[in-house]
Design a protein. Sequence first.
Length: 612
Amino acid sequence: MLESAGAACWAFDTDGRVTATRASGEAAADEVLGWAGLSSDDRVAPAGIVSGTAREYAWNLIPLWYGDRLVGAIGSVHAATHMAEPPPALEFARHAAVAIENARLVAETRGRITTLEAVARFAELTPTEPDRARSEMGRLVGSTLASSQGQLWLLEDGHLVRRAPDGEAAPKVPVDEPAQLLRALISASGARRMRALLDLLGASPDAFGLPIQVEGRLVGLLVARMTAGASETRRLAGVLAGQAAVLIGQLELVDALERERQMMNAILRHSPVGVMLEDADGRIVYANPEVEAIYHLQAADMPGKKLSEIYAAAGAERSDEDQADGTLELRMGEPVRMVHVRRVVIPGLEGEPAGILTLHEDVTAQRLALEAKDLMLRAIGHEVRSPAAAMKNTLAGIMQWDSTIDAGGRRELLQEAYESSDRLLSLVESQLIIAKLETRHFEPSPEPVDLASTLEGVMGVIRHRYAERALAVEVNLREGLPPALCEPAHLAQVLTNLIGNALEYTSGAVSVQARAASRGWLEVTVADHGPGLPAGSLESLFEKTGPAGRNRSQGGLGLGLYLCRLVVERSFGGRIWVASSDHGGTTFRFTVPAIAASTSKTRVGESVTTTR
């Protein structure tokens, strides 16, 4: 129709770039677009036919306008002198413009369909399967941008990793500062930085890259080639990059939620408090392992049941001592246990009902400790009152009857007041030692202690407290015993308590012996010849709640053996035990550090036998 030696047709996209070309006849027809000045970016679209000559050819260029947009051009070359194109050529140009625009619209429609299909496939990916989702993203980008050799690179552990269409994580490129890299890519000179990055990734020279961002952070890069239809490729790549950003954000959220879930599970698994969660119907949906230890039931069997069923199965009954803050107290038997249950309302999300969180705490030990403390305070009050009242009455009698009391009577009253003050002082000293040792921050200050001299001092106290009963104490020490290495007052306290206990429990003889048990240790024995300890009392003998002496003739709190254990274990670093207890009497033994015989400068421990 153009009656030419050669012809070519070009189709333009909406940005004026050539998207397709076809030619026939002389190859020179391909050059007409350039001869007409339409091959550069700063070209001016002609309104009508452009003609000219080049080399041995005359050429024509007919612009193809569709409305106000240049959609293509037709070029022809002639071997003869140039002549204007006949009217049929112009009519053909109009039809060609319509055809090109229709083709463009079809391609655009197909591109949008492809985009929608890609978006739909992205939407099908589930963020609860992170590895599969990342692999599928790489496959979707590769298949959707197959004609442009699309690639998806994700930032993982400080590297840009290419997710290949087959799902495999291919090459890795280290990225030291992702935030700095992103700033460089979006800066005014970002094109050069992107080109350098694309070269590092091994992309082709005509490739472009789109950063993938999540909340302003670089998380990946989408790379594709600038092939025919570059604007459509860029648009589709932009959509895919956006979808990838959305999915990666979801993956990060799921990952954060999973970490929080694991952390909460770890906290609940190791919580010293039992935790149950009930739904709006009052049925258990979760129970942590501590609940098993409290109720002796399997936590895995609790979901779906109500709390009342759990209490019934565990034999728990509501006590009459509910707390003022609404805490429920349960009692369970054999062995007796006490559990506090607190209820916390958990508000539901919008439109959802609230749940109930119940916290279960075994307070048996705390309750026993409180009861023991209460008992101790009452006992201390009683014990302090007795000697204090005795001193007050004795001194009041002296003050009232001073003029009528002879010297012997006055001395006897003063002696009673002194003994009462001594009992009070002993009680206070024992409590101070207990308080000091119970802190577990006690640091002993040991020094050489002559055991024989210490026993002489102890026997002086015993004679003063027990009068004639002290005559039953026999002290037998082996010769050559090295000095003990401890705090003198603590050793005297242990000996005083053990000998005093023995005198209270027996009317017969009490023997005290000591020997070098092993290198660096002395073993001291205090034995009586009484009826022995009651059956079943050995387990709690050295406890703070242990029973007081049966006679209590000299007062006291029943803490003597507890104090002995604290001193021996925490001050001496030794041990104390009951060696025997039967109808022939009870024997206590304890160990105390000693100075090696070779380092002792004085001879200590000539045999001492006291029988008074």
